[in-house]
Write a protein that binds this ligand. Sequence first.
Ligand code: NAD
Ligand code: DAU
Length: 343
Amino acid sequence: MRILVTGGAGFIGSNFIRNLLANESECTVVNLDKLTYAGNLENLADVEKDPRYHFVKGSICDVELVDKLLGTKFDALVNFAAESHVDRSIQNATAFVETNVLGTQTLLEACRRHRVPRMVQVSTDEVYGSIGPTGRFTEESPLAPNSPYAASKAAADLLAGAYFRTYGLPVIITRSSNNYGPYQFPEKVIPLFITNALADEPLPLYGDGLHVRDWLHVQDHCQALAVILREGRPGETYNIAGNCERANIDVARLILRALGKPESLIAHVTDRLGHDRRYALDTGKLERELGWRPRIVFEVGLQETVRWYESHEAWWRRVKDGEYREYYHKTYKDLSSFSPQFH
Ligand code: NAD
Ligand code: DAU
């Protein structure tokens, strides 16, 4: 199977590629990534010499490049490429619309032209908006995004649905809850809190800290995506979640406890604009149809994640200082898999 992964140098995409290469010996992966501030080839240093892995630097918004690439025949495309951080979208939404909406449409169009047999659009629970203190969103719940990020992802979902209904493009949408685990960029709350606590710096907790997120370990997410890629039904949407809701203040306390740091490091700061109070997903469809269930218990996964950041201090310090870009410039020209025709 030859798979194009877009946005594979980011957090979830890099975990997905590593798993795919480890679990599917017959699989070839091409990773198309623009290497924005969030894309880091160091995340895939352990597989960059694998002859089944190829990296192409470029944007999913580049119509010519995407068309040329998809013309080289793929069995599937999995799209992770996105601007992914809500706070950045509140500051400036332009790049979110460009990559998340236009970029996705560029991929859909190229998949249609080249008759790619399967595309997975990796989306988010945020497209449903905030839910009250009880209940869970199903795949049939209306889309009601609140942040510019969520609105751009919802727009991409609608385009994917339109390409399925209008052209019969075999695209599947997945909507996952909050991920955590190794290689997550430390602007997201869990790695931010862990790395701040390690440096004895305050943990900036928005508002009253009682906002609730459902936490899904990135390994569980990648496993769900692999099952959906193989067996999911085209035109369908699947919710993916850890079925593990926690208030942010409790997550902060767990991290501090795991590191033996005092709760006085928690600093209540001004709330995020339009901050969604609670996300919760019903994952019954994925369980019934494809037999998937999350396996990693949050408290265990969080402990392991804390230990990972503890033992990868050089990685997160370079990421926080923006120095990981050096890695790309040093390594790129030596990559055995480098495909110059696509650069
Ligand atoms: P990330 O920010 O860590 O990585 C995004 C990757 O996309 C980076 O490697 C970046 O360089 C690349 N990219 C950005 N713009 C690009 C472009 N125009 N062309 C090519 N590559 C581009 O994001 P993540 O947390 O790994 O999220 C991956 C996907 O999963 C996103 O679509 C996101 O919306 C979705 N998602 C994330 C979570 C989560 O908790 N992190 C939860 C649900 C869904
Ligand atoms: O729900 C899925 C989404 O989860 C993904 O689609 C997004 O790509 C991903 O970034 C994430 O969005 P959130 O906004 O939920 O994640 P974030 O880590 O930014 O924030 C999680 C919660 O923690 C949220 O309630 C805001 C709060 N928070 C966040 C930061 C960065 C703080 O209290 N302090 C902070 O410094």
